[in-house]
Ligand binder design. Structure first.
Ligand code: PEP
Length: 252
């Protein structure tokens, strides 16, 4: 993986005007001057150009990407944005399959799979969210994750798979009061690494960062990121302010 561990990032979801984005980035840049981990932010589409401009002008090591994409490279899809458009703006990442996209915009494993192919075809890295919807027995959790991973990665060759990032985000831990326990996160990450190894071999499987997301905060970030199975953290609410993200980066 080309990233320095731990890889820590946030999606702003549907938050921040361009003006707010700029204020966030300025403060984050001040706070993270001497940080040696990789940090990424996923602004809304409307703030991507401004984000790129700021990061370029300030010679910042921060990485950025978008929260969604269409699966075709161009065409009659009113209101959508394509991977070549995002690549041109300088996105390195595109988030795919977040639970909110599934819940509110009817996304499925199949449409997520098409989007993953579009992102890779255009030389960006998909940050692929996956995770079970309810707290279940381990057998059911394992079966769910095995099936979802298979569907999401359908048709993906090893050379392409080496460029993906997985974010384990169980629905029951997103926007919740508590994150998943370190023991559960470790168990799932071991499973994901094993499934990736079975499918793509050790070299490719080891290259894929496995992030954890779901109610990461100042109290639990250090414990989660210290797990040897966890390559990084994907954060929502706790990073909506720049000092929140900077604190987590320092803690992790
Ligand atoms: C998320 O929605 O991906 C997420 C991790 O949110 P939060 O950290 O707010 O639970």
């Amino acid at each position: 993986s080309p990233y320095r561990k731990p890889l820590i990032g946030t999606s702003w979801k549907m938050n921040k005007t361009n003006q707010e984005a700029l204020a966030y980035l300025q403060r984050l840049q001040e706070r993270l001057k001497d940080v040696s981990t990789s940090v990424f932010i996923l602004p809304p589409f409307s703030a991507l150009s401004e984000t790129r401009r700021f990061l370029q002008e300030s010679d910042s090591p921060l990485l950025f990407g978008s929260q969604n994409v269409h699966w075709d490279d161009a065409g009659a899809f009113t209101g959508e944005v394509s991977a070549p458009m995002l690549k041109e703006i300088g996105c390195q990442f595109v988030e795919i399959n977040h639970q909110e996209r599934r819940r509110w915009f009817s996304e499925t494993n199949e449409t997520a799979n098409w989007k993953i192919h579009a992102v890779l075809r255009n030389n960006m890295s998909p940050i692929i969210c996956l995770g079970e919807e309810k707290r279940e027995t381990w057998d059911l959790t394992e079966a769910f994750l095995r099936y979802q991973l298979l569907q999401l990665l359908a048709g993906l060759e090893p050379a392409a798979a080496a460029n993906i990032i997985l974010a384990y985000e169980p629905l029951w831990a997103i926007g919740a009061t508590e994150a998943a326990s370190p023991a559960h996160v470790a168990q799932v990450h071991v499973l994901l690494r094993r499934l990736l190894t079975e499918k793509y071999g050790t070299t490719v499987a080891q290259a894929i960062p496995l992030l954890y997301g779901g109610s990461v905060n100042r109290q639990n970030a250090a414990g989660l990121s210290l797990l040897p199975e966890v390559d990084g953290l994907f954060v929502g609410r706790a990073a909506l302010e720049p000092d929140g993200l900077a604190d987590l980066v320092e803690l992790a």
